[in-house]
Ligand binder design. Sequence first.
Ligand code: F6P
Length: 368
Amino acid sequence: SKMIGILTSGGDSPGLNAAIRGVGKALLGRYGMKVIGFRDGFRGMMENRTQLLDSAALSGILTLGGTILGTSRDKPYAMPVAGKLMDMTGVIVENYRKHHLDALVCLGGGGTQKNAYHLMKQGLNVITLPKTIDNDVVLTDVSFGYDTALGIATEAVDRLHSTAHSHHRILVLELMGNKAGWLALGAGIAGGADVILIPEIPYDVKQVAAAIMRRSHSGQGFSIVAMAEGAVSREDAAKQAEGGKGKDKKKKEQKQQALERIADSKPGNSLQLARQLEELTGLESRLTILGYLQRGGTPSAGDRLLATRLGTACADLINKGEFGVMVAARGDGVKAVPLKDVVGKRKTVPLDHDWVKSARSVHTCFGD
Ligand code: F6P
């Protein structure tokens, strides 16, 4: 019988186990194939660390957060080995052959799609599913993980209202989302944030302060700011555009800054924004960073449904021998889209998106 490999790669995300279960159960039960998992993404595939995914292993995992297979951000062509980045593509291809795999299923976000495409070009039968709380994978309506994270982030906005309202404070909430604003925008609208700052709309801190002061003068002594981790001020956006020429240098600097941030557990622009708002408005201002709470725990019903239907559709495509594609959600259906059309792209929030228009209509300030 046919043998299929599965791995999960990139940041963990609610719904990964539901997807593993969907793919696995359909392959086993419907098509009589065998399934093995590789541990910790492409790293485990390189190190040949596997786990049999039989029906016992696939049972009881639907509601679990994280991924039973483990994950990593390692890339086949730039794998940290003995302190150096090495191209381990050859070893990965060898292990695919060693297990006599008929296909490899890769579950992940933008980076994973790229890695899977790379392996496809080496001749492997690759098929992928879109997973990310950032919702920034192109050509799919939505990725699993987003709905759960959106729910948690919205609950955080709800709960912050208590303190904001009672203490008449400005509360800034830093949300994830990488370079896309979907999470902050969605949670900001659903939770009724007064200000929403996203990477797609560079903000002017004075505009934000003015909006907060307008609220204050009309009797609302508190404000909630939902801020995407990737949101930038107009000045920084202009600097970034200028530095675009010396891109490599900029990249190095950003990497260094990110490392320093981790070392000091310091936030990105949100701490600075909270301080500036306190200065400009004279209102007490505080910062909350939601962090990994957004990715943890049991998936929402919506994500379980999405991951299951994409997973079982993936098994159908494997059975038909359709590879080199990502299984995308489109309306009520599922569509196989060529990986080459997915890689190297990011779905950001269009400035004229319905959500943005709607938020503006309820007087949400975007800082522009
Ligand atoms: O892609 C998911 C995500 O949580 C982003 O929102 C965030 O920028 C990033 O991963 C954090 O990465 P790490 O897991 O390496 O801390």
